[in-house]
Design a protein around this ligand. Sequence first.
Ligand SMILES: C[S@@+](CC[C@H](N)C(=O)[O-])C[C@H]1O[C@@H](n2cnc3c(N)ncnc32)[C@H](O)[C@@H]1O
Length: 436
Amino acid sequence: MSRTMAAAAFDALTSGATFQSRSRTITEADIVNFAGLSGDYVELHVSEEHAARSRYGRRIAHGALIFSVSTGLSAQMDLINDIVDAFVGVDHLRFIEPVYIGDTLTVTKRVLERKDLANDRGLLVFDTKVLNQNKKIVLAYVDKLLVRRQPSRRAADSELAQRVIQSYRPDGPFMVLQANELQEIYQRYRLDPRTCRSAIFAVESLAHFLQDGVKGLFDSLNLTKDRFVLSVGEGNGAPSRLLAKLVGCRVVGVDISPLQIANAREVAALHGVEHLVEYVQQNATVLDLGERRFDAAYCNETMCHWDDKPAAISRIVKHLKPKSLLGINDWLKGRRGTLDDAHDAVPCFRDLYQPDIWRQLSLSEMCRLLEEAGLSVLRAEDLSDFVDRGLKRRLHELERLPQDTEPVRRAVQYYRVMIATHFDYLSYGRVIAQAP
Ligand SMILES: C[S@@+](CC[C@H](N)C(=O)[O-])C[C@H]1O[C@@H](n2cnc3c(N)ncnc32)[C@H](O)[C@@H]1O
């Protein structure tokens, strides 16, 4: 991990940010192996006869086993694996409910505190809870981890990167739906994200509001099942899930935000597409996926945040096979300026975004950049009217839904503000270019 990313990963873990792990079922083998490993052969764990006569009625897992499993599920969230230096300690450890063979556990972690320390170190304090399949808390503790937080060599880049990461956090101004929020909506409307396609796409579009634009982008890239596709600025994985479901091809999604990446991994598992999608946390401007070469690449609504666009485009071209296509959908400058200018002119926009994260281009500037990087521009379209019509249609649909869930309320507010800024401070374009 680069020094910039270490700093960014730490800064992204703001106080209050919450994460949920995958699930794991406790088996008899877990208990037997843990008894052997630890030497703890207390009969409540290893004797069915004894346990049957106890207050539990059957064998229970060792508390220390559940704690260990919780550290494993936490590591699988991959929030700080690349920057952790030491597991400092645990406070307030409480075993609240027994865990039986066959119980399925998940871990939730909430950042309680994030402290800058000397020598480029940081301390993260998490409130961790282990829940069983009935959503009962079985174990709770507060854990402290020491992490690396090295400063960037390119301070300006890293400041922009950090502002962008802050903007795309779940409790931030943008619509970033977390896996648990999505799951709540699926459960509420009895939807199965693995099978129920059109309704699931509608739920996804709460946060991924220009979904029609993404489908158009995919169509322009002539994608088929056998293609290997790169996405840069993939966010929480909505475009790649759509692609995996619609086309069935393999996608590697890169994003600068560790939280978006963690969320993308989690939601992919919910949707049953984890075998087709892979997520990597990197800054586009230093993109490095080793020897991997792709049949196509797309960047959906992300380049407007990149500051060193020439560097990023040349890194993408290095990962493309000769003559393959790169497709870009992006938020471009409007006729009065950029979204930073909207900050003063459209007051309601202030609640929606962090200032100074926009580096919007015009369509002609984007084409020039791509040509300077050696790509041939095959098509450049202004999609502002199309997007505006789509937004108004979606807003109309959303306004007819019961306004009693937070994501729906937020989406309505979001759409209204986006429509208010359209054309003046924001336009929308697509460019399809071919690698040399
Ligand atoms: C508007 S979201 C779009 C996400 C996704 N493409 C989609 O359509 O849902 C912009 C994304 O770009 C990512 N991003 C911004 N700057 C980046 C950079 N330099 N490198 C990689 N990702 C970046 C942000 O973290 C964010 O997730």
